[in-house]
Design a protein around this ligand. Structure first.
Ligand code: GUN
Length: 287
């Protein structure tokens, strides 16, 4: 078994991104990301801390706008986003999800200017990603991180059976399309899938993004499969674990992502990559 060491690959990306950010500063541009948090979802607080730390590492200014759930509604949040769309000092806008239930997420995502959509969640950026790898631009960070880890390990996806478990707009759906566009034969499984293990057992590449500890056990995995575990779950004793039973699944896998230290660090590094990309998009004379 080989580890897909997201933490290590993320460090390599940071070295490059640091010099990109320094170059931009030399040209008088301070890259800036604004993160909007509504409410106090515990996982969101921890994700935001990682994004803030990564910004510091790279040299991106990171402003966090925090709002109480009861002081914000859909219309007010759209107004905040419109202000940031208009603000030339802001290059990236990230609305941390999930939002409180009374805020309508699709309208919020739609309000973000596509050229500042560093999460890659707007219909425009998702549409480009959908059409062809050639049009991928600001692509969703977790799927992009998965693709980068596979590339780093020289795992060719063309012709492979890729099975995705989870159909979220953030991970499952976009990673399915990205793998499809790279020539994999893709199966998308979800909570209504009748016989999950019949599908997972066929996978050459298995991506699991559900958020349920212990969902994937060794008997559900083919010998030699590449296993990408996107899940981040906290056990009763406070330990972070993925959706796969790492000890047993790792014995069958040819490659596997650890949790923590796999998809998480890559997601944040890809976010930083998108911020730098967004700066260039907004300053076409630079490149
Ligand atoms: N919540 C969980 N993952 C993500 C992500 O990648 N971006 C945002 N904005 N919210 C999330």
């Amino acid at each position: 078994m080989n580890l897909l060491d997201g933490k290590f690959i993320a460090q390599e990306m940071y070295t490059k991104l640091q010099s990109d950010a320094a170059e931009l500063k030399n040209k008088g541009i301070q890259p800036k990301l604004v993160i909007i948090l509504v409410g106090d979802h515990p996982a969101s607080l921890s994700y935001i801390k990682s994004k803030e730390k990564a910004s510091q590492t790279v040299g991106v200014e990171c402003e966090i706008m925090k709002f109480g759930a009861d002081e914000m509604d859909t219309a007010k949040l759209i107004e905040v986003i419109r202000g940031l769309n208009e603000d030339d000092s802001v290059h990236g806008i990230l609305v941390q999800l999930p939002l409180p239930k009374h805020i309508y997420e699709p309208d919020i995502i739609k309000a973000v200017a596509p050229q500042k959509d560093v999460d890659g969640f707007t219909a425009y950026n998702l549409g480009k990603m959908f059409l062809s790898t050639r049009f991928e631009d600001l692509a969703p960070c977790t799927p992009l991180g998965i693709i980068k880890m596979l590339e780093h390990a020289k795992i060719d996806v063309e012709g492979k059976e890729a099975v995705i478990v989870g159909r979220s707009n953030i991970v499952g759906k976009p990673v399915a399309i990205m793998l499809l566009n790279r020539g994999a034969t893709v199966t998308a499984c979800h909570s209504k899938t009748v016989d999950l293990s019949a599908h997972t057992k066929r996978a050459d590449i298995l991506v699991v993004a559900v958020g349920k500890a212990g969902l994937i056990t060794a008997d559900m995995v083919k010998e030699g499969a590449v296993v990408v575990d996107v899940g981040i779950n906290r056990t009763e004793d406070g330990k972070l674990v993925g959706d796969c039973d790492f000890v047993t699944v790792s014995k069958k896998a040819s490659f596997i992502t650890p949790v923590p230290g796999g998809c998480g660090p890559m997601t944040v590094a890809c976010l930083m990559n998108n911020v730098i990309k967004a700066v260039h998009k907004q300053n076409p004379s630079l490149s």
